[in-house]
Design a protein around this ligand. Structure first.
Ligand SMILES: *[C@@H]1O[C@H](CO)[C@@H](O)[C@H](O)[C@H]1NC(C)=O
Ligand SMILES: *[C@@H]1O[C@H](CO)[C@@H](O)[C@H](O)[C@H]1NC(C)=O
Ligand SMILES: *[C@@H]1O[C@H](CO)[C@@H](O)[C@H](O)[C@H]1NC(C)=O
Ligand SMILES: *[C@@H]1O[C@H](CO)[C@@H](O)[C@H](O)[C@H]1NC(C)=O
Length: 489
């Protein structure tokens, strides 16, 4: 469906939610056929290079991705925390970090996705035939610690399927190392890889990992004393309304095992995951105001939202979407390639306020973030797009980066909850700024602790700071190599 020259696969979290519970090659979420062509003109502040606005919108709504892996990982000795510097790709479309895999370690850029729970990497050219640019591949033969687990797997996309095998290897991320099971993708029928991204790391709970794998972060959280706190946190940046932004910009900071007090102010307002049954990072949406008007919301599980860094916009049921846009003058439902979205005059300022759980605090979504994509001279598509989670275990709402750019977000496993705090001025200063795109650094791992089920090592320091040495074996292969990771051997 996408041409190879414009094959940007954007938010991966969304349909991962919708395809949960499916396995193998079931390709249920079929993209709508391309409808009529609407004339597009670029609104300077919102560009998606290499892909037309309509393609981008459609991909945004339909893109999906894989989930696979297997249980992993063993002991852990040192209490610690670590960080990973993020890159903002394509004006807030995707945020990725960097992991290092194998022995010797090779680095890969992966989308960090709180809306799914499996790790996978492209491992074969055929997996990337429809992707744009050069996608670095994981080569299992170059790692002395790689283990083929002898199992095949399938991955469901919006428009088809991907397949590969399961393997395990040492994976380093944010200063920690875990013997992790992950998917090696050798076949895709739709594009979800965009250079320089090679795969995806799911940061949801193990209960929604398609294969039952324990996600990287959760292995550490469940290992007594491994993390200072059983949580991770995101600060992600905004470049959507920066007319001089580059395709890649500083994307913010991921922190594992701690929060970073320089990035937020005030208290972190934690609300429990409802029903104490974590899978997605669920919050109950208890308040939604658009231009000052309160939107009527369902209650209980009908108001559940996945807090999802891997989705670019905000997905919601069509009846609620209608009410949201009824509060925005001169808006109308899109059709054809903008089906599922609403269009409204770009000049309209839209204020959105969101309340979670029993909290009395509300969080705003900026008008700049609500103006998702310009589709013609004066017309914008709003970031709130229709999804239907019927028949899946996915919640009816998905709050992605459109919302998360406006807060510091914390994902805590014990007690299972999500917290939000106000961004600090230091964090806000990165938006639209000139901070460098992260580059690879190298640290060291303090201890190696093999166990019967795997190997987990703890980091030397509490940050990714380390000697700035590029990983030559890997970098040489890449036309573009960015990202930062904490602890290489
Ligand atoms: C992918 O790997 C599987 C399992 O080894 C194999 O059966 C399949 O033919 C491979 N597909 C491609 C496109 O290489
Ligand atoms: C906190 O975040 C800032 C900005 O990303 C970073 O420079 C600093 O190293 C972080 N501190 C810790 C302890 O991770
Ligand atoms: C982008 O949007 C943010 C949030 O509304 C705003 O604070 C900032 O000034 C805007 N930047 C530009 C360049 O318009
Ligand atoms: C890593 O985990 C896999 C799967 O549990 C296991 O087969 C393998 O032996 C482990 N590798 C190491 C080095 O412990």
């Amino acid at each position: 469906m996408l041409s190879s020259s414009s094959a940007y696969a954007l938010p991966v979290g969304l349909l991962s939610l919708l395809t949960l519970g499916l396995s193998g090659t079931d390709a249920r979420a079929t993209p709508a056929p391309l409808g009529q062509t609407i004339s597009l003109s670029r609104r300077t502040p919102t560009r998606r290079d290499g892909v037309s606005a309509e393609e981008w919108l459609q991909q945004n709504r339909l893109a999906t991705h894989a989930k696979y892996g297997l249980g992993t990982s063993g002991g852990q000795r040192k209490r610690a925390s670590g960080m990973n510097a993020l890159t903002d790709l394509q004006y807030d479309s995707t945020y990725f970090g960097s992991i290092a895999v194998g022995t010797p370690p090779t680095s890969f850029n992966v989308i960090l996705d709180t809306g799914s729970s499996d790790l996978w990497l492209a491992s074969d050219e055929s997996a990337t035939s429809r992707a744009s640019g050069d996608i670095p591949l994981f080569d299992s033969t170059s790692s002395s610690t790689f283990k083929d687990l002898g199992q095949s797997f399938g991955i469901t996309y919006g428009s088809g399927a991907a397949q590969g095998t399961l393997g395990s290897d040492s994976v380093q991320f944010a200063g920690f190392e875990v013997n992790q099971t992950f998917g090696l993708v050798n076949q895709t029928s739709a594009s979800l890889l965009t250079s320089p991204i090679s795969g995806l790391m799911g940061l949801g709970f193990q209960t929604i990992a398609a294969s039952g794998a324990t996600p990287f972060w959760q292995s550490l959280a469940e290992t007594s004393g491994a993390l200072d706190e059983s949580l991770f946190a995101f600060h992600i940046t905004r470049f959507t309304n920066d007319t001089s932004a580059n395709l890649q910009e500083a994307g913010g900071t991921f922190t594992l095992g701690a929060t970073n007090s320089s990035l937020f102010t005030g208290n972190i307002d934690y609300q429990d995951i409802p029903d104490g049954a974590p899978g997605y990072w669920i919050q109950e949406l208890t308040g939604l105001k658009v231009n000052g008007q309160s939107i009527t919301l369902p209650s209980g599980s009908n108001a559940w939202a996945a807090i999802d860094t891997g989705t670019t916009g905000v997905g919601l049921p069509s009846s609620i979407q209608q009410e949201v846009f009824a509060a925005i003058p001169n808006s109308q439902a899109g059709s054809g390639t903008t089906e599922g979205y609403y269009l409204y005059p770009c000049s309209t300022e839209v204020t959105v306020e969101v309340t979670w759980g029993s909290s009395s605090t509300s969080w705003s979504i900026s008008s700049a973030d609500f103006a998702f994509q310009q589709v013609s001279d004066n017309t914008c598509a709003g970031a709130f797009f229709e999804i239907s989670s019927e028949g899946s275990s996915a919640p009816p709402f998905i709050f992605g980066d459109t919302f998360l750019k406006n807060v510091y977000s914390v994902y805590r496993s014990s007690p299972a909850s999500v917290g939000f705090a106000s961004l600090s001025s230091a964090a806000l200063a990165v938006n639209g700024g000139n901070d460098p795109v992260p580059s690879a650094t190298i640290g060291s791992v303090a201890s190696v602790t093999p166990t019967s089920t795997g190997t987990t090592k703890s980091p030397v320091s509490s940050s990714s700071a380390g000697r700035a040495i590029h990983v030559t074996s890997a970098a040489a292969l890449f036309s573009v190599f960015i990202g930062a990771f904490a602890a290489l051997l």
